[in-house]
Design a protein around this ligand. Sequence first.
Ligand code: DAH
Length: 343
Amino acid sequence: MDTVTLKNEALQRIEKAEKTSDLEQLRIEYLAKKGTVQQLMVQMKDLSPEEKPAFGQKVNELKKVITQALEDRQKQLAESELNERLKTEKIDISLDASSAPVGSLHPLTLITQQIEDIFVGLGYEVAEGPEVELDLYNFEKANIPADHPSRDMQDTFYIDPNTLLRTHTTAIQMRVLEAAHGKTPIKLVCPGKVYRRDDDDATHSHQFMQSEGLVVGEGITLADLKGTLQFMIESLFKEGTKIRFRPSYFPFTEPSFEVDMSCHICGGKGCNVCKHTGWIEILGSGMVHPHVLEINGFDPKKYTGFAFGVGLERIAMLKYGITDIRDLYTNDIRFLQGFKKYQ
Ligand code: DAH
């Protein structure tokens, strides 16, 4: 077969190939070592020396043309094979999209964040401390010596005679005071878990959350405490909420106060939530006891401070209308879903 006929035949067959695998077959048939084109080279030896160059050139030309045609067709077929696959393997992503359920922040996390936001906005720092605490920080440094009757109210879980699960975030307060080495100002809040050997019922739990607030500096007065708590309560509940101070006793503050807020449900008129008194007890507070300042390295003649401790479950229950504290710990998704709207 002469080269022209061979070329035409090869080009036609390549053009007609319908699969890339057919093309591979053709490539072997024409271009492989024992393929038709290579066989032409073998014929060269029968030609005269004058004829050889021209024939060689033709064969090379033929090789080039066939290679190019194979490549072109290969591209075309690959593209149409891909299109075909895309058509048949198409996934309709708009169909039956199963949505992943998204959780919501726990109400106690919401309250923790709100308290942190309020106080960070006032230039406070957020402090932390260990939940397994030394008697030294939980009691001794808070002016509660071993034989002090107020220990009974905070009976807790002891790991050994000197180590216990902290009963209040006041322990963090003592750690921060000690670590400050007499340096002021100190402005902090410290939310965290605390533990007491308490009955578990609708309003009590052996484990709950508190946040302490502490400010120590020169010229800090009860008026600062009052203004700060007024701001905190209004920010947590609503503007116009009133607070009132009732004298109380805590070993680490003097004077000490229980703080009530006007009922956020009835506005002070009296309802079930405030037991028809118009007021709701909300936290404990006071001026840092001079002895506490002194044993922690501060000159009580120069420095004063205020402190408060607030129960976060109580805030969450009042704010979100939760009637059983245990709902906060049972991780029932149906309950927790209800708090999505607050985040
Ligand atoms: N530690 C107290 C308690 O757990 C709460 C408290 C009251 C903390 C008065 C304070 C404070 O810092 O000044 O009942």
